[in-house]
Write a protein that binds this ligand. Sequence first.
Ligand code: S3P
Length: 451
Amino acid sequence: MPSAGGSLLTIRPGRPLAGSFTPPGDKSITHRAYLMGWLARGETVVEGVNPGADCRATLAAAAALGAQVAVAPGGVRIVGCEGHPREAEGVLDCGNSGTTLRLLAGPLAALAGVSVLTGDASLRRRPVARIVEPLRRMGAQLWARDGDRLPPLVIRGAALSPLDLTLTVASAQVASCVLLAGMFATGVTTVALPGPARDHTERMLPAFGVPVRLGPARAGPPGGRTVSLTGPAHPVATRVRVPGDFSAAAFFLAAAAATPGSVVTARDVDLNPTRTGLLGVLERMGAQVERTHVREEGGEPVGDVTVTGPDRLKPCDIEAAQVPALVDEVPAWVVAATAARGRSRLCGAQELRVKESDRLAVLAAGLAGLGVAVEELPDGLVVTGGRVGGGRVAAADDHRIAMAFAVLAGRADGPVTVSGAAGIRTSYPGFAATLAALGGEVEGAGVEVGP
Ligand code: S3P
């Protein structure tokens, strides 16, 4: 858990970031590989895993639920439970990780036994009704705090019926939860997504021998889709090579866009179009974005991305339909927006209020504290570019906010101290070291932020 003592990161303004780096393994893909490895028959090997606390929570849960897990130099080895999870002896602690809690709940809805899932103070404020309702319709019994809205979540599994679900929010976590539950039901489970939420689950299931059918969207903005699978499905172990995490790379790429003359390359990063909406936005703002060595690995597009900061960055609006493809990159986008010549407006992003923090509120408060002109909207932000002052800014233990403020600090007028930065360990333990390697002037306990 983040502790006050280890949570301060101080950054001094310096020269533009420059150079190349390899981000940690993708967090979303690592979670899915661990969960599929847990359910599969045989030994799955996951290489290039995300080393953060979130994915370690998923791996610990898999072990508590009957997988045999070994963390070896060549990768994480998981001998699966062949579709028969063991009832955990204790409470499953998902830490800060919404993906752990929501995806695990799917298979646990089919487990003949009781599971209790909880997490840290942040996770216990995040909504679970969105998974409680569909899993009940499939036949499981679930209870949650505060009128079935918030964790802890208690699940008593049952023989599941398949479900045809049309989501109102383009949430990959909810879709993945229901698809993983659908593997245990007899018949076809279908999830319709109203927007371009990340599709790693659909890409990974076939690698474990579980076919999925993709269909057109039922309604909503462009980029939606339907995904179906037929249960009972029997996943078979495989080898997964996890590409670099675009969401981790995004902070340095946005910082490059925000600084004239800065050139930064992220290597071997996942370029799945459901994740890289930020790149199109940075291009619209006038940054130069170049993708090289693009290839397909394990069903995901992977490559290097270089962003070059232009002399003048243009402001840019982000509409609701674009939000799912950059839902985790809004804090990084804000860094670019503060450097643009004019007002940038984000709307349709109310989901950000139920992430690891209320990101709209925490970003707005932090930016205002550093002297940036910002307006908080019910569903977004209006940011006017200009100078950034030094001072102290609170990241509210939210890893993505802490990383955004840390790279923003590089172009501030004076030193910036980010408090509540220990949350960075949930997704990017090596963040401060990478920032320093690219030329950032990083000091303080934050350099040691790690697992
Ligand atoms: C994730 C989905 C997104 C994202 C989260 C990871 C995933 O959440 O914000 O960080 O791995 O499925 P939602 O599905 O709630 O939008």
